[in-house]
Design a protein around this ligand. Structure first.
Ligand SMILES: Nc1nc2c(ncn2[C@@H]2O[C@H](COP(=O)(O)OP(=O)(O)O)[C@@H](O)[C@H]2O)c(=O)[nH]1
Ligand SMILES: [Mg+2]
Length: 299
């Protein structure tokens, strides 16, 4: 049997000690298992643990919330600007009754672990968050259990405050709505509830939760009307518009006059507005127990 000359050449090259071959061998033998280990251990947390995504405009208190829950202290942490994802592992006891301040490790209780993911609220970085949400939400096997949309209740009382908070919320709710049609599998994606955490209610100027709810609903309604007008005024008659593309950016029940959060239930998204505060928890506000209860209920 003849060994082809080209193969012979390659074999000779590989079997002759040389720097490039030794480097390649080192990479394969030593670095590949390390990379594989890091790749697997880094991604399993996402795969196995249920998670809660925290979104909202900058300055709402998202990082303050997540750091405080992680440290389980009554004292809030000094916050920092987050440019990247900030993920903490939290736990709730088996029957969902533990407080955020309980140390479940110390008590030896059986705990349900979950992840809380903080996102940067800066406009330029929202696209990445929305893409991540859209892809996580549309798979039937998703571990995404809930979304917390945090707002600064005092900033909402200022000029343009509601409009700023509503535009990002519109994108978030629309992404959740679209998951029902974007599903890659035949199984329907699971329900993903949204908590609108009206933060900083310790502040004297904070808007009450009921007002925040109605004003956000009104503003979301204005946004969807102006979006659909843009489509209609583009010269296409209302009857000609292909209903799929017309429906695309319309949030909630199609054709309804006023937007209400209840319309999101049809897309398996329950929206709840609860007031609370991360900072100043000394009798000057409800604190964060109600939010924690809401989260516990979803785990
Ligand atoms: N008064 C008050 N200030 C808060 C509260 N929560 C957060 N803050 C402050 O709001 C600012 C922005 O918080 P941060 O967590 O960085 O907001 P993020 O951009 O949403 O992550 C910080 O100075 C916090 O101390 C609260 O409940 N009450
Ligand atoms: Mg932050």
């Amino acid at each position: 049997m003849e060994i082809p000359a080209a193969l012979m050449g390659a074999l000779e090259y590989l079997l002759t000690p040389s720097i490039p071959v030794m480097v390649l061998g080192f990479v394969i033998v030593v670095l590949f298992p390390i990379w594989l280990h890091m790749y697997l251990s880094g991604s399993t947390a996402y795969i196995t643990l249920p998670s809660v995504l925290v979104v909202g405009p900058p300055g709402a208190g998202k990082t303050a919330l997540i750091t405080r829950l992680e440290r389980r202290t009554p004292q809030p942490a000094t916050t920092y600007t987050s440019q990247t994802l900030n993920i903490v592992e939290l736990a709730i006891n088996e029957d969902g009754t533990s407080k955020y301040s309980d140390d479940l490790d110390a008590s030896g209780a059986v705990a349900k672990k979950f992840l809380m993911v903080d996102t940067p609220g800066h406009g330029k970085l929202r696209g990445a968050t929305l893409a991540r949400l859209a892809s996580a939400a549309s798979t039937a096997e998703t571990k995404l259990r809930a979304v917390i949309y945090m707002v600064d209740s005092a900033a909402l009382a200022e000029d343009g405050g509601i409009a700023a908070a509503a535009s990002y919320l519109y994108e978030i709710l629309l992404a959740l709505q679209k998951r029902m049609s974007a599903g890659k599998s035949s199984k329907a994606p699971p329900a993903i509830p949204v908590l609108i955490a009206a933060n900083k209610s310790d502040l004297f100027t904070a808007l009450p939760a009921t007002l925040i709810k109605s004003q956000l609903e009104a503003e979301l309604g204005r946004i969807r009307t102006s979006r659909s007008k843009g489509l209609l005024s583009s010269g296409v008659g209302a009857d000609d518009v292909d209903s799929a593309s017309e429906n695309d950016d319309w949030l909630g029940e199609y054709g309804s006059k006023a937007f209400q959060f209840g319309q999101m239930r049809e897309f398996d998204t329950d929206v709840t507005v609860l007031a609370g505060n991360v900072v100043g928890d000394n009798g000057s506000g409800p604190g964060l127990d109600k939010w924690w209860r809401w989260i516990a209920d979803k785990m």
